[in-house]
Ligand binder design. Structure first.
Ligand SMILES: C[S@@+](CC[C@H](N)C(=O)[O-])C[C@H]1O[C@@H](n2cnc3c(N)ncnc32)[C@H](O)[C@@H]1O
Length: 764
């Protein structure tokens, strides 16, 4: 147990070093192994469920591929034949668990082979929501295909299973079970009916995984001519699979459970009812797999067999709504936003993907391209998370994951996301194929998920690689939550950990490449990612969005994309930042620090307004009186100059965002607003918008905006609303309305819906 962050870091480093050192023992035999008595003691008690907060560490060891050879084709081996740090290719260990399973970092238990040799076994990447018994119950016989053996930190050894598909539970009577593990009193073959009864009993206890096992055994025991029982077992297994999230299995079972209409005859009433049930389950499974048209067909079948079924009616309505969303992008975003909350952030909506295709994007790999013109503000993608873990979903455990392959560590939702994805892929092979089409950073080998021994083979190392390159942070409920707290906040900032920290994978959005000055922006309502165009996009153009929020310090932003995503951005903002002479950049950094300090100690409220002196000081940074961002203004490297604007060479930054000026511009708008200097407010607001890359022009009282270099961020909304209020205060109603309209459009693009706009800015 560690009690401090320093201890914890030391423990992580020690574990990392041990894993590296262990490589030196590759191929050696384990020595000084603990015996059966020690393991019996180690796994004698379950231990009370953890109280308080548990920090669990999980090491993603050096990558190796999962086994794809069926148990029956592998050569059995015994525990003493195991060699350290070795993958025993072509071999299989048939083992029986003999302790009470425990979840330490992995689910662990003591195991013995057919000759009574013993060892520890650790199964990684299991679902933390399941009990350890679910995975490694005492007394079950398992096959560990092509096992890996390693030394542990406590001086012992373990058979380590990183790919859950490498461990197969062998049902009673399986041909690979050695005689030593066969029951002493051979039970007479149990009738299939008894498996149905035990499956139903497990189901009643909500032990759905055991229920599935029982029904599967029943199906194996079922004779060909016992059709009715077979249909019952399939229908029941469909239901248990549904509840376990094994939707592809549920759909296959439910379809197979439909009792065929006898040739030239009709089904009796009881069979019709049962078919209604089977179709209902097929409909639910298709719905969960987001095949809404297919779900619609099944629900119509339910109504054909059981007219007036209330559940079917409800389902039909739900399916119809999804089909509308999917085909037309008709979402009631305000209702969606209203219905989402910290306890209800997994929303029930279809995906809408319009006017885009996946194509080669040259050195960026593949990208998403527009297949027709898309107008600024248009919605073209609304997608439910493939997998998501919300920071708000408090558990008593936090996982830290160290990936030795990438040398990266992740914590909390980042780590739990991997377990969730592995579970989803393990039971839904078609979904697994879609997931593994995503960018994996060049991971090899690229095994296609196939079913071996009845289990989908999932390479957990590749799963982790895909997750690392395709996950996005998201808020706990909705993007607008940061904006309705009246403090100006950078809405898209994934670094603001108290607001974000949740994480997920959105499959289609994953094909969008990064550009700091992207032409699209993602926002969230619950687990729905909503993407709109931030400027007009022409047919054939690549769609880009920014992954990270670029900061005033360009090179630092570029380092972030390099570290997290493995590339250096070459967008217009980054190119401009790269062209800045180092001295000038240094000056910008130094001045920016001063500005931050100034803003920190001059927070504005109605009670503490800015005095004339602090406004003058702020204006000095902003060089309000002498620097208009026009070509005649020269960039300066003067180390004494307080002028932050001067660190942006107008020839290089023409029209592009100058991010270091944003906070200051916002402060000046607010300061002048409190002083009721409305003309000053308007000037500051327009300057802020220009610093954000908006080309603002007012010709004959008509506001026009050039979005070409726009940097999409919440401060633009504030600036537009400062200008709107000021114009209206001065009686320039029409201009006020135009700025409000502009602010609303920005809000909708940034937050997905307008519901909270009024809350922040008050009634119009
Ligand atoms: C979420 S994926 C985007 C889709 C990816 N290009 C593909 O082929 O599937 C992220 C990866 O795309 C690539 N990428 C994204 N934006 C890029 C950019 N601006 N320049 C170069 N590579 C980029 C990087 O390899 C990054 O790790």
């Amino acid at each position: 147990m560690v009690t401090s962050a320093t201890d914890y870091k030391a423990m992580l480093l020690k574990q990392k070093q041990l894993t590296i050192d262990a490589q030196g023992r590759k191929g050696q035999k384990a020595t000084n192994k603990p015996g059966r008595a020690f393991l019996e003691m180690l796994f004698a008690k379950q231990g009370p469920p953890p109280t308080g907060y548990m920090l669990r560490t999980c090491f993603i060891s050096y990558a190796y591929p999962p086994s794809i050879i069926p148990t029956a084709e592998l050569k059995p081996m015994l525990i003493p034949e195991l060699r350290l740090e070795t993958h025993h290719r072509g071999r299989v260990l048939i083992l029986r668990t003999f302790g009470l399973p425990q979840r330490i970092q992995a689910v662990q238990n003591a195991v013995e082979d057919a000759e009574g040799n013993v060892e520890r076994l650790a199964l990684y990447n299991t679902d933390p929501k399941h009990t350890p018994e679910h995975s490694l119950l005492r007394g079950v016989v398992i096959a560990v295909r092509e096992p890996f053996y390693k030394a542990t930190m406590d001086g012992g050894y373990t058979i380590r299973v990183d790919h859950p598909s490498d461990l197969v539970r062998l049902p009673a009577g399986h041909e690979s079970i050695p005689a030593a593990f066969a029951p002493r009193f051979v039970e007479l073959e149990l009738p299939a009916e008894s498996f149905k009864a035990s499956g139903n009993a497990a189901y009643a206890k909500k032990d759905f995984a055991s229920a599935v096992d029982c029904y599967s055994q029943g199906l194996r025991a079922c004779s060909e001519d016992d059709g009715a029982l077979r249909y019952d077992l399939l229908r029941n297994r469909a239901n248990a699979n549904l509840l376990l999230g094994r939707f592809e299995g549920a759909l296959a079972d439910a379809e197979a459970a439909v009792i065929p209409v006898p040739a030239g005859g009709e089904l009796d009433e009881a069979s019709k009812k049962l078919n209604g049930k089977a179709y209902y389950r097929a409909g639910r499974a298709a719905y969960a797999l987001r095949m809404f048209a297919r779900a619609d067909g099944y629900i119509k079948d339910v109504e054909r067999y059981t007219a007036g079924d209330e559940d079917a009616k409800r389902e039909r309505k739900r399916v119809a709504a999804r089909i509308q969303e999917e085909s037309k992008g008709c979402y009631d975003f305000a209702a969606m936003s209203k219905s989402s909350s910290i306890t209800h952030n997994r929303l029930d909506h279809a995906d809408f993907v319009a006017a885009v295709e996946i194509k080669s994007a040259g050195q960026r790999g593949r990208g998403l391209f527009a297949t027709r013109n898309i107008k600024v503000g248009d919605l073209f993608l609304c997608e439910k998370a493939f997998a998501v873990v919300f920071k708000s979903e408090k558990t008593t455990e936090t996982y830290t994951m160290m990936n030795l392959n990438t040398n990266r560590g992740s914590m909390g939702p980042h780590a739990t996301l991997l377990f969730d994805i592995v579970q989803k892929l393990s039971h839904n092979p078609e979904q697994a194929k879609l997931y593994f089409d995503l960018h994996d950073g060049g991971y090899e080998p690229k095994l296609t998920p196939e079913i071996v021994d009845g289990v989908t083979v999932v390479d957990t190392f590749r799963t982790a690689a895909v997750s690392e390159f395709n996950r996005f942070g998201c808020p706990n409920v909705r993007s607008s939550d940061g904006a309705t707290q009246r403090i100006p906040s950078l809405s898209g900032d994934e670094d603001a950990d108290d607001f974000h920290g949740s994480i997920g994978v959105w499959r289609v959005a994953s094909y969008i490449n990064h550009a700091c000055d992207g032409n699209a922006v993602r926002v969230f309502i619950g687990d729905m990612m909503i993407i709109r165009a931030t400027r007009d996009i022409k047919e054939g153009d690549e769609i880009t969005m920014r992954y990270t929020n670029p900061k005033e310090d360009g090179p630092a932003s570029r380092k972030k994309t390099q570290d997290s995503w493995g590339f250096e951005c070459d967008c217009a903002i980054c190119m401009a930042d790269l062209a800045v002479p180092p001295k000038q950049l240094e000056r910008r950094r130094a001045l920016n620090k001063e500005v931050e300090k100034f803003l920190g100690s001059n927070r504005l409220t109605l009670q503490s307004r800015a005095g004339a002196a602090s406004i003058r000081k702020a204006e000095k940074f902003h060089a309000v009186n002498h620097a208009k961002r026009c070509p005649s203004h020269r960039a300066s490297t003067d180390s004494q100059s307080q002028d932050l604007v001067a660190t942006y060479d107008p020839a290089v930054y023409a029209g592009k965002p100058c991010l270091a000026l944003i906070g200051l511009g916002q402060w000046l708008c607010q300061a002048h607003n409190f002083e009721s200097s409305q003309r000053q407010v308007i000037a500051c607001a327009n300057r802020s918008l220009a610093n954000l890359g908006y080309g603002i022009k007012i010709v004959r009282k008509k506001l026009t905006i050039d979005y070409t270099h726009r940097h999409t961020e919440a401060t633009a909304i504030d600036a537009a609303m400062y200008a709107a209020h000021a114009h209206r205060y001065l009686g320039e109603e029409n201009l006020g309305l135009q700025y409000t309209k502009f602010a609303k459009q920005l809000w909708e693009t940034l937050y997905g819906e307008l519901k909270w706009f009024k809350e922040r800015f008050g009634p119009e």
